[in-house]
Design a protein around this ligand. Structure first.
Ligand SMILES: [Zn+2]
Length: 273
């Protein structure tokens, strides 16, 4: 089943970006006849633009990114990355159940391979599984070519098929970084790239109250909330579950329901950036 993600004008932005990158050296060569400093300007600008499109998470210059959903009521979408985790997945599922919340777990394929029973448990308790690559190469995915991107997506997908009635339809890039080739490989597979509306920076911050506070300060109808599991399992094993608990509790106080939007509700907003 293909996710119903409308195309924005990213195609034209992508073509303009690549066109400028192609023309920039020739422009530089032409300008070098008059001023060498001026000649470097188009090359510098084209590199900055390419890096911005690649390294700024949620930027849509390479292609559409789902960054919110059109909720008609006070609904938000909780997404939990980097599991499944022996230390956390069970606790996260219990918390979600306590608050009658649904969530999408963007799982790492090699963790899913190791703990297939947790994938089954996530699905059987009414949540959704999505693709977050096989090895989670957060430092190098942005520079990966088509073959490596394909391998990361397909190897992960092999371990997500425990729910044939609910095929994995969504993908999130490690650290949200994606390059020119990622969208092509995703659209070949009918996968939508999902970003986020709010993140509490739970991989950086040390205080779960601050993580939840940042999320709750920015939350609005249709927000996609990014949280993590499986981090700091030795030094601070309760950190990730506490972030989720405080977030769920604050959302409930504010009257928000945590839902998984159906494919037809996913749309790309603010085209072009
Ligand atoms: Zn991740």
């Amino acid at each position: 089943m293909l996710p119903n993600v409308p195309q924005n004008n990213s195609r034209w932005t992508r073509l303009a970006l690549l066109g400028f990158a192609f023309v920039a050296p020739f422009l530089g060569l032409y300008l070098s006849r008059t001023n060498i400093a001026l000649a470097l300007a188009p090359i510098f600008v084209s590199h900055v633009l390419l890096l911005y499109a690649t390294l700024v998470a949620n930027c849509q210059w390479w292609g559409p990114v789902v960054r919110s959903f059109p909720a008609t009521e006070s609904e938000v979408w909780i997404t939990i990355d980097d599991g499944p985790s022996l230390a956390h997945t069970g606790k996260m599922l219990d918390l979600l159940e306590r608050f009658d919340a649904r969530a999408t777990f963007f799982v790492i394929g090699m963790h899913a391979e190791k703990y297939p029973h947790l994938i089954t448990e996530i699905l059987s308790r009414g949540h959704e599984i999505a693709n977050h690559t096989y090895t989670h190469p957060s430092g190098s995915f942005w520079a990966a070519g088509p073959a490596r991107i394909s391998a990361e997506i397909d190897l992960c997908a092999e371990w997500l098929r425990t729910g044939p009635d609910r095929p994995a339809r969504l993908f999130r890039a490690p650290a949200g970084l994606k390059n020119l080739f990622v969208h092509t490989e995703l659209s070949r597979r009918g996968l939508a790239l999902v970003g986020w509306t709010i993140r509490g920076l739970d991989t950086v911050r040390r205080d779960p109250a601050l993580v939840a506070e940042k999320i709750l300060r920015k939350v609005k109808r249709g927000s996609i909330i990014l949280l993590h599991e499986g981090h700091r399992t030795e030094k601070d094993p309760d950190f990730n579950p506490q972030c989720l608990e405080l977030t769920l509790s604050g959302l409930a106080e504010r009257g928000y329901r945590c839902v998984i939007p159906p494919p037809e509700q996913l749309r790309v907003r603010d085209a072009g950036k």
